[in-house]
Design a protein. Structure first.
Length: 378
């Protein structure tokens, strides 16, 4: 149905869609739990906060699993290098994520405030740490990842965990964390009332403004970072061969796509304007619209990163010619085609089910609701 070149482009877009879906859906769970210890002042208020995402957080994990699965199947070389080179960073994410299922399940099983508050901080760690690490990982892509291939395409990674924690990547991690806190705060404000909602709006507004400032700072900084550019002829329809191209490190290369495709500027604009609009809408009490604008901010940030890197997926700082791009790190034509059929079938099912679940369990979570369902809620 599609030629190889078209499928490569489609899967670049689909991986982006899955990452955006993860950031919007599972991201607001992480944002809510990151706010939990600060917005909830007593056990009842914290139970209100937990139960705004309680019915949905497991379903939202589907986006995370699907994005990882798509990365493995569509870009196997990227998956292999990411999960080996970023091994300890991803292990930190996994260890932090352990706190989420046990935190949700165990928190309210014991009527002891110390027990419950300890799990509240566990939920915070399980949400805030992954949000930061994901941003740190993206930041390191712009700096280049220290890996190379030999003649048989066996990869060698020469970096370390501590090298990932450089100033620019930490800035990107903070952009990611404030973005997801904004997303979670917009959702939490829509599902709560009274003091919890008021505090949520306050913290979320601060996070939205801070995200805008950090995103602009990252945009200014990236213009001084040496980017990567393919300077040899590339056949987009050719079989994958990461070593079959010539890549140069050039000043300002990460901004080249915006000069080539001016329409792409719409995404950085979304990343700057939508968080500020989210803060204004929350102050005006338009919480549902604020959630929409916060989601558009996520679209803007992730697409800005993707377009800036395009066509690179994982540049190599050790041997630039070995950099992985969307043209030469993909699976076979047959694999991409079969996966596309699966996406066409299952993605609408996921969207329909998710929409139905949120529709059925919509409405405000109040203190009265918590008291009436004391033994069935988290």
């Amino acid at each position: 149905m599609f030629d190889y070149e078209t499928l490569k482009i489609i899967w670049w877009l689909l991986v982006g869609v899955l990452l955006i879906g993860f950031a919007i859906m599972d991201g607001h769970d992480m944002g809510v739990c990151s706010l939990l210890p600060f917005v909830g002042k007593d056990d009842e208020e914290r139970r209100i906060i937990v139960n705004t995402v309680g019915p949905h957080w497991e379903g939202n994990q589907v986006w995370f699993i699907t994005a990882g699965g798509a990365l493995f199947a569509a870009w196997p070389m990227v998956y292999a290098l990411a999960f080996s080179g970023f091994y300890w960073a991803l292990m930190a994410v996994l260890w932090a994520l352990f706190f989420r299922p046990v935190g949700f399940k165990y928190r309210s099983m014991v009527k002891d405030l110390r027990w419950r508050y300890a799990w509240d901080w566990g939920l915070f760690v399980g949400s805030f740490v992954p949000a930061v690490v994901f941003g740190v990982a993206f930041g390191n892509l712009f700096l280049g990842v220290p890996f190379s291939f030999d003649d048989t395409l066996v990869s060698t990674y020469t970096g370390s965990f501590w090298q990932l924690l450089n100033p620019f990547s930490i800035l990107c991690g903070l952009v990611s964390a404030t973005m997801l806190i904004m997303q979670g705060g917009a959702y939490l404000a829509h599902r709560t009332v009274g003091d919890v909602q008021a505090r949520t709006i306050k913290f979320t507004s601060i996070s939205a403004v801070l995200m805008t400032v950090l995103f602009i700072a990252a945009g200014v900084w990236i213009q001084s970072i040496d980017g990567y550019a393919i300077v040899s002829q590339v056949d987009p329809a050719a079989l994958p061969n990461p070593l079959g191209k010539e890549v140069e490190v050039q000043q300002g290369a990460w901004m080249a796509n915006y000069a080539k495709y001016p329409i792409a500027w719409v995404f950085p604009v979304l990343g700057v304007v939508m968080p500020l609009l989210t803060a204004l809408l929350l102050k005006a009490g338009k919480t549902l619209t604020a959630f929409v604008t916060s989601s558009l901010a996520i679209v803007g940030v992730i697409m800005t990163a993707g377009i800036s890197l395009f066509p690179f997926v994982m540049p190599s700082s050790t041997f630039p010619n070995a950099s992985l791009t969307m043209w030469d790190s993909v699976s076979s034509h047959l694999t991409l085609m079969v996966m596309l059929y699966a996406v066409v079938i299952f993605l609408p099912i996921i969207l329909i089910y998710t929409s139905w679940a949120y529709s059925v369990m919509r409405g405000k979570v109040t203190a009265a609701y918590i008291r009436e369902n004391d033994h069935t809620l988290y």
